[in-house]
Design a protein around this ligand. Structure first.
Ligand SMILES: Nc1nc2c(c(=O)[nH]1)N[C@H]1C(S)=C(S)[C@@H](COP(=O)(O)OP(=O)(O)OC[C@H]3O[C@@H](n4cnc5c(=O)[nH]c(N)nc54)[C@H](O)[C@@H]3O)O[C@H]1N2
Ligand SMILES: Nc1nc2c(c(=O)[nH]1)N[C@H]1C(S)=C(S)[C@@H](COP(=O)(O)OP(=O)(O)OC[C@H]3O[C@@H](n4cnc5c(=O)[nH]c(N)nc54)[C@H](O)[C@@H]3O)O[C@H]1N2
Ligand code: SF4
Ligand SMILES: [Mo]
Length: 764
């Protein structure tokens, strides 16, 4: 620990650390008690001096202490012997991994190994920087992740419109006068693809400064309650609603693309044509929204001094996830709110991103199905280097000689988090080999032959590589590990890098440092040869020497390189005072590079160098949207999800302090539906879909649209062979037993997790 981040007093010291649990990235102030027996976590509070979060914290942040201390959290590798997981030393675990992985690759080839990367890997500095080493070593195209049960549609839409899958706009929360928010509940989630600590406070500020917040959600969430208007949309119909807004913008002459942007935007006329059939009266029944309301919202968006449309999980995890994501930015563009303060903007992250690298304003554009990549059974195309999580089970069980025979999971719990869970659960049991990098023995990792646990969140350093790319301010914050690692415990990056080296054939005794050195070399080479880099043309050896002189290795060294060569970078002496790891270490509360600024045309990476408002793959798919009107009208009961502030997807249910209180895995239902079905509060209901059924207690509430029921995901902790005592005591049911592996957004391969047709009956 350096003195800059830690101040010592008798028996305790204070450390600062960004919370890695959700996308808000709150700064934490952590008291560490020092005794003869070592160090332990005292209290965790919000860091009042954090440049971004200013002291905001939620209950999960302070539970990092309990997570660290959880006796069920794995501290030693587990190897399955005769069907039972036993603790082993690291050497034994690595020998097992090397022997079995090598053997499997020799017998079946590299494509027989699949990888599933879960959500916490997007919150882990190690995983963000070293999953790549692992993937290079493995050399398989069979990559899956939580992206296809989450945000991929937004990335695909952004790719087509702006040129890269990372070109995602964020609503300029702190300056907007009008926010239209669809399918997001930041009072529970604290925001997503919009990194904004104290999202609720920022929403309140919009109203306090005279602005308006409109929430579109089939449930009256806390976010809806705290807004100016709740629009109770029918699940799965956001794309229709948005297309109708586009229709009104043209019909009522409200299109206002400002002069600065008009020469940069292609496809305005195509959008007039594409939206022509979607007048408010046409979509009103299917969306459940009065035509007048649609028309009024279109006018409000156009008339507001500034306005932003923002959508999340409720818009992406539907049959029209990519379409809805696209139309959100079409509306933003047509109302003149693209790339302007108070509208939606592109972050300029300190590490750089695909929008800051290469040629300014132009690029190679975005495509799917690259290299002809398709899944073997259903033929789903590659999207951003991966395949739909929904296809994982069938690729294990039904791809014949091309079957997946081994799986490596990193920070993922697909058995609870991805569709048709029972099918995946059964498929995992058929694998010849499974290796998990994970901190728990849970519903997924119970199938693993070897589990390799990384150190706890507080024993690792941190920088939000991914999430700071979508922050509402340009900020950077690095945290050193708060506590030392346990004896013999490798860091998470070492586990990942070593897995890659072993897969490449280097054997169990290989040193992760080899991959680390290869990684840094390739990053340096890329930087000195990138014309847009501040170190372009410099000597690679000089840069390597400067980095190594600090004595840093691993993520810290890589991060230093990325910061120094990023948009604010110190550039190894060329820009004194610029961004570097030293700068961040000297500023433990973070560095604020300011509010978002205009970034067009520079941020574009489309082939044409234009904003593509009407990309061909999306226009070609509009016919499907027309057909959906009748389909939506024909549906009776549909299921949606929900999140709770004290829960985190599937994996924080073993923390006792969070499990106390009212949080429950209940089926929310409107009284009209409960009456019709003869269900009382707390009565058990059977919920059935095409692929499965579950039983859950009913919670009757008027805060949900009639015809819609809601069950949270991430529950169902009753599998044998797991080790999560607290979670098992309040197991709940797994809502993804109901989600259909065949129901996908065809443009991104993302699963339909909201708007699932279900039948409901009193449980027998
Ligand atoms: N029905 C329905 N399903 C959903 C959703 C929904 O809204 N509705 N949401 C979807 C979304 S948005 C997401 S992101 C996915 C999440 O899906 P996943 O990423 O597959 O699942 P998580 O529940 O996040 O599980 C995280 C796993 O990582 C482990 N873990 C935690 N921290 C670490 C760490 O630091 N390192 C390592 N190596 N392991 C760690 C945990 O023990 C757990 O096994 O779920 C999706 N599933
Ligand atoms: N406490 C907590 N925080 C989290 C997580 C967590 O599990 N718990 N997960 C994290 C992750 S991985 C993610 S991706 C983010 C997600 O962040 P959010 O997207 O804000 O997540 P949710 O709270 O699930 O909000 C989704 C909302 O969409 C609504 N909805 C469902 N179907 C539809 C529809 O068809 N149309 C519309 N308009 N709305 C619909 C639901 O009722 C719900 O209120 O949260 C992150 N933060
Ligand atoms: S809001 Fe998210 S980042 Fe902030 S303390 Fe809670 S879990 Fe951590
Ligand atoms: Mo997510």
């Amino acid at each position: 620990m350096t003195d800059t981040t830690v101040s010592r007093s008798q028996g305790s010291r204070t450390a600062y650390r960004t919370c890695p649990l959700c996308e808000a990235g709150c700064g934490l102030e952590i008291t560490v008690n020092i005794t003869d027996r070592g160090e332990s976590v005292g209290r965790i509070r919000g860091d009042m001096d954090d440049v971004f979060s200013h002291g905001f914290i939620c209950p999960k942040g302070s539970a990092l202490k309990q997570l660290h201390e959880d006796p069920d959290r794995l501290r030693k590798p587990l190897v399955k012997r005769n069907g039972v997981h036993v603790e082993v030393e690291w050497d034994e675990a690595w020998a097992e991994v090397a022997g079995r992985l090598q053997d499997l690759i020799e017998r079946h080839g590299r494509e027989a190994v699949a990888v599933y990367l879960g959500n916490p890997s997007a919150h882990s500095l190690s995983a963000m920087l070293y999953n790549r080493s692992m993937l290079i070593g493995l050399g398989t195209h069979n990559r899956f992740s939580a992206s296809t049960v989450d945000q991929l549609p937004k990335q695909v839409a952004s790719g087509y419109m702006f040129g890269t899958g990372a070109s995602v706009t964020v609503p300029d929360l702190d300056r907007t006068d009008y926010l239209l928010m669809l399918g997001a509940n930041p009072y529970a989630s604290n925001g997503s693809l919009c990194t904004a600590p104290d999202f609720p406070g920022r929403l309140q500020a919009i109203r306090e400064r005279g602005g308006k917040v409109v929430v579109v959600d089939p449930r009256r969430t806390k976010t809806a309650e705290e807004s100016d208007e709740w629009v109770a949309i029918r699940p799965g119909s956001d794309a229709l609603f948005l297309m109708s807004i586009v229709n009104v913008l043209f019909a009522d002459d409200l299109v206002r693309v400002p002069e600065r942007l008009s020469s940069m935007v292609d496809g305005i006329d195509e959008m007039r044509v594409a939206s022509a059939d979607f007048a408010p009266e046409v979509v009103s029944a299917a969306t459940g929204i009065e035509a007048d309301v649609i028309r009024r919202i279109a006018h409000e968006l156009a008339d507001a001094p500034s306005a932003a449309v923002y959508g999340r999980i409720g818009t992406t995890t539907t049959e029209f996830g990519t379409t809805a994501s696209w139309l959100i930015d079409v509306v933003n563009t047509l109302t003149g709110n693209l790339d302007r303060a108070g509208g939606v903007m592109f972050t300029k992250p300190a590490l750089g991103s695909p929008t800051t690298k290469g040629t300014s304003g132009k690029g190679s554009g975005f495509r799917v199905g690259r290299g002809g990549g398709r899944t073997k059974v259903s033929g789903y195309p590659e999207v951003m280097g991966e395949y739909p999580a929904a296809a994982l089970a069938e690729e294990i069980t039904h791809a014949g000689n091309d079957s997946i025979r081994a799986l490596i999971t990193v920070a993922g719990n697909p058995v609870l988090s991805t569709p048709h869970s029972n099918q995946l659960d059964a498929a995992l049991a058929k694998l010849e080999l499974m290796i998990s990098v994970d901190i728990y023995l849970n519903e997924t990792t119970r199938h693993a032959d070897v589990i390799l646990p990384p150190p706890s969140q507080l024993q690792r350093d941190h920088y939000d590589v991914f999430l700071l790319q979508y922050a509402v301010r340009n900020v950077a914050n690095y945290s050193e590990a708060v506590l030392a690692r346990d004896e013999g415990q490798p860091d998470e990056w070492e586990i990942l890098a070593k897995l890659g080296l072993i897969a490449a054939g280097l054997g169990p005794d290989t040193d992760a440092a080899v991959a680390d050195d290869q990684g840094i070399e390739s990053l340096i080479r890329a930087a000195v040869s990138d014309a847009s880099s501040p170190v372009h043309g410099r000597d690679a050896a000089e840069i390597r020497a400067a980095l190594d002189a600090s004595g840093r290795r691993g993520p810290a060294r890589m991060l230093d390189l990325m910061l120094q060569t990023g948009p604010y970078g110190a550039a190894f002496g060329a820009n004194p005072g610029g961004a570097s790891l030293d700068l961040l270490l000297a500023n433990p509360h973070g560095v604020d590079f300011g509010a978002l600024g205009e970034r067009l045309p520079d941020a574009l990476r489309t082939r044409t160098g234009k904003v593509e408002l009407a990309p061909e793959p999306l226009i070609a798919d509009v016919a499907r949207l027309r057909v959906a009107i009748d389909e939506l009208n024909a549906r009776s009961m549909v299921l949606v999800g929900r999140r709770h502030l004290k829960s985190n997807n599937s994996w924080m249910h073993n923390i006792g302090v969070l499990m106390k209180g009212s949080m429950s895995c209940s089926l929310q239902m409107h009284p009209i539906d409960a009456d019709r079905l003869g269900l009382q509060n707390d009565a058990l209901a059977t919920i059935s879909s095409r692929v499965g059924s579950v039983v859950a207690p009913v919670e009757i509430t008027t805060d949900i649209r009639p015809g819609v029921v809601s069950l949270p995901h991430g529950w169902g902790h009753s599998s044998p062979g797991t080790k999560m005592g607290v979670a098992a005591a309040r197991a709940g049911v797994n809502s993804n037993i109901l989600s259909d592996d065949r129901a996908l957004d065809p443009l991104s391969g993302t699963s339909v997790l909201n708007g699932i047709p279900v039948d409901i009956a009193p449980a027998q």
